[in-house]
Design a binder for this molecule. Structure first.
Ligand code: FES
Ligand code: FES
Length: 167
């Protein structure tokens, strides 16, 4: 079947099998390898992306279900001048990552948390990220990074508009 999706600001049309997962579409068809697959069973959150403003586990969604949608992966967060997204900056400043396997999904989920609630409490951040697992950092620095990103204002809960994405 044919699907048309805007991925990181670029509209594309592809022939896909109806059973193709969004995660596999992004990695194998679009070549966007920041979206990681840690479990394939909706447990780890490493595959989290933003679909029409909501954070979604892309191993749980068929590519066909996102026909007509705007999908943003970690690669799409960078501004036209190479500037990092406020959540990426905060993860770097607060040392919210170590091995980095979970980090793209954690960053995308954090954007989803801040989109829902621009000024979350520590507890609300932890609850918002409970679908994302990280074996490295013990979560404290990740929570601090989300708190810090919240201080950057509403941009922290948004993904770049299609026309602003550098491609
Ligand atoms: S790979 Fe999707 S939740 Fe783990
Ligand atoms: S940074 Fe290593 S699993 Fe998250």
């Amino acid at each position: 079947m044919q699907i048309s999706i805007t991925v990181n600001g670029q509209q594309r049309t592809d022939e896909v099998e109806p059973r193709l997962l969004l995660a596999h579409y992004l990695r194998e068809v679009c070549g966007l390898k920041a979206t990681n697959l840690g479990c394939d069973t909706t447990s780890c959150g490493a595959c989290t992306v933003i679909v029409d403003g909501l954070s979604v586990k892309s191993c749980t969604v068929l590519a066909a279900q996102t026909d007509g949608a705007q999908v943003t992966t970690l690669e799409g967060l960078t501004g036209p001048d190479g500037e990092m997204h406020p959540v990426q900056k905060a993860f770097r400043e607060e040392h919210g990552l170590q091995c980095g396997f979970c980090t793209p999904g954690m960053v995308m989920a954090a954007i989803g948390v801040l989109a829902d609630n621009p000024d979350p409490t520590d507890r609300e951040i932890r609850e918002g990220l409970e679908g994302n697992l990280c074996r490295c950092t013990g979560y404290h620095n990740i929570v601090r990074a989300v708190q810090s990103a919240a201080g950057a204002g509403p941009a922290a809960g948004q993904v770049p508009q299609a026309q602003e994405v550098a491609r």
